[in-house]
Structure formats: C-alpha cells, structure tokens
Design a protein around this ligand. Structure first.
Ligand code: ASP
Length: 347
C-alpha cells in the first residue's frame, strides 16, 4: 500500500511538472536542454492591464498586433536570418503600431513632447548600443543598432544622438508623427490630477504610465539578441531616462546564459540592474531562466516595490515571461509553439 502511494505521488508530480505548450512559465524547466532551432519572445509593456479596462475590440487589436509582430520575427529566423535582424524588424512593427508606447504612440513628457529611448545587445560578444531622448527618429531601435555597429560608443543621447542618426541616414520624421490622441489624453488627465482635479473612474487613463516594447531572439546559429524601445513614462521631465537605454538594466544578452528585455517602473530596474541580474543568477547560481527571471521580478523587485516584468530566452530557447503587475502584453514563438497573452490568469 505504502509503495502504491509513493508511485502514485511520483506520477502526479511528473504530470504536474511536464511541459504544457501554452504555459511559458512552466516551459522552462532545467531539464529542457535540447536547443530549439530558434525562438522569439516579445512584450508590449506591463502595467494595470485588466479585462475591465480593455474592450473586446481593443483586446483583439492587441492580440493581432502581437501575433503579427511574432510572425515577422519568426519568418526571419525560420529562413536562417540572424537574431539581430529578427529583433530589429519585429520591434519596427511594434514601433509603427500606435497601440504600444514606442515610436508612434509613445507617451508624452510633462512638456507635451515625445522623447524616445531604445537599446540593443548581442549575446555573442556583449556588443551593445543605446539611444536616449530622440524626438525625430522614426525607429529608435535602428539608431541603437547603428550606435552598436558604427560607433565607438554604447549610449548617445539628445541632440548628439539626433545628429548621429542623420549622419547614419536613418529615417527621421516630424515630431508630430509620434502623437496619438490616446497618449495625449493620458498626459492631460495626469496633469489634471496633479492640479487636484478629481477624475471619475471612466476618465482614468487606461495605460497609466507603463508601456514599452521588447524582443529577444535566438537564431539557428545559437546567437541571442535582446532589444527594447520605449517612450518612457507619461509626464516624465528634466530629460529623465528610465532603464531602457541603460544596458544591464532594461536590456542584456549573453549567449552563455540568456537575453533579457524589461518593462516597468524604470527607476527600480536601474537600481537593481534587473536584466543583468537575470544573467548573473544563471551564471553564478546555475539557475534556470525561469528561476532567475522569476526571482528578480517576483522577489527582488516586489520586496522593493518595483512593478513590471521581463521577457527572456536562454541558450536552449526556453522562454520566461514573469511580471508582478496586473498584466503584460506578451508572446513567444518557436517551432510548433506560439503563445500570445495579456492577463495574469493566462500565466
Ligand atoms: N521601463 C520604461 C521606463 O521606465 C517604461 C515602461 O516599460 O513602461 O522608461
């Protein structure tokens, strides 16, 4: 009888820890050490994303946009393209979509401007590039890649970064291109709140201050690249930068461990060097990507009051997408698997 109970318990444990294909948080066990041919993961920002705040039409738009973004990156990887190209083209799509807080659709500063940040890092050699405070570059992620590939620097900001982008013949637009009514209204509501004007519940901004897009990819050659692009946080001022243009905070990649792209309250992600910490935990403590990413998001940040999430891929193509907010726009694709999710109960 005792033996029977032990066997049944073991069987139950095994079935609980197996890999359901639609559950990214569990599809990351330590034993998963056969390398997937390729893998790609994206996020479109974490925050107070609740069912009651999204109409079915808006929800559908988000899911379709994430699906389309994944398809762009997956097609490149399938054909043997590089993870750098997959990350750049996938992020272009999200920067062009007014749904996300990056490129068109970016949030507004206190003064009513759009200031865009982006970063990229490749896991093969830790080469990295970042830009901060751009106001006319259509695709900030491309400017970050140019900094990585065509300059001696890692981070360029403001007017200098704009000049560099022009010298690199990177596409520019009139600053008004980035404006959307929805983000403008969010700023107006926050400014009203600051002045003590009471808001009714229906006037609450649906996106609060969070947003950002990110992508991490593993290509057939085994190279990991991570990229992140954002408008930052609504109502930011004094040329504030968050974690996105800070390598090690919002973005990190090392072929020996993982690639990471973050979203959330940037100041906390800078203080706790979140993206690098996921890599460090895997490297020093031999944790799996889901253990390392889960620890940083659900323990380190939660204990300090930092909200947000991250996406990560390890060298085998295992994916982790933890977040400690009410929701995170997210998804991943690898051969035979695709997940797109928004809410917490889809974990
Ligand atoms: N992390 C970004 C920042 O702090 C914002 C976000 O991801 O929502 O600028």
């Amino acid at each position: 009888m005792y033996k029977l109970i032990v066997i049944l318990s073991l069987l139950l444990f095994a079935s609980c820890t197996s890999n359901p294909t639609n559950d990214a948080s569990k599809a990351t066990s330590k034993s998963d050490q056969t390398r997937a041919e390729y893998a790609i993961v994206i996020h479109g920002g974490a925050g107070t994303i609740l069912r009651k705040n999204l109409t079915p039409e808006k929800e559908k738009e988000y899911r379709e946009a994430m699906d389309a973004a994944l398809t762009i990156g997956e097609d490149i990887l399938k054909k043997g393209g590089t993870s750098l190209e997959a990350v750049e083209k996938t992020i272009h799509y999200m920067e062009d979509s007014p749904l996300f807080n990056a490129g068109k659709g970016a949030v507004f500063t206190h003064e009513g401007k759009n200031e865009l940040d982006a970063s990229i890092m490749q896991g093969i050699d830790q080469n990295a590039g970042a830009v901060g405070g751009l106001s006319t570059v259509k695709h900030p992620i491309t400017a970050a890649i140019a900094v990585m590939n065509n300059s001696d620097h890692v981070l360029l900001t403001g007017a200098g970064a704009e000049t560099f982008a022009r010298e690199q013949n990177i596409e520019t637009v009139n600053p008004s291109y980035f404006k959307t009514e929805r983000r403008w209204n969010s700023l107006q509501r926050i400014l009203a709140e600051e002045k003590g004007i009471e808001l009714s519940e229906s006037d609450e901004p649906d996106d609060k201050k969070h947003g950002t897009v990110g992508c991490v990819a593993l290509d057939k050659a085994g190279n990991i690249v991570a990229g992140t692009s954002t408008g930052g946080m609504t109502n930011k001022r004094y040329n504030r930068f968050g974690d996105v243009p800070i390598i090690g905070a919002g973005t990190y990649a090392d072929n020996a461990t993982c690639g990471v792209s973050c979203t959330g309250h940037g100041e906390y992600f800078i203080r706790y060097a979140v993206a690098h910490d996921v890599h460090a935990r895997m490297s020093y403590l031999n944790e799996s990507v889901s253990e390392a990413a889960g620890h940083v998001i659900n323990k380190t940040l939660v204990e300090k009051g930092g909200s947000g999430g991250l996406i990560s891929i390890d060298k085998y193509g295992n994916v982790a997408m933890p977040f400690n907010s009410a929701g995170m726009y997210r998804g991943y694709a690898k051969p035979g698997e695709r997940v797109v999710a928004i809410y917490e109960d889809e974990k």
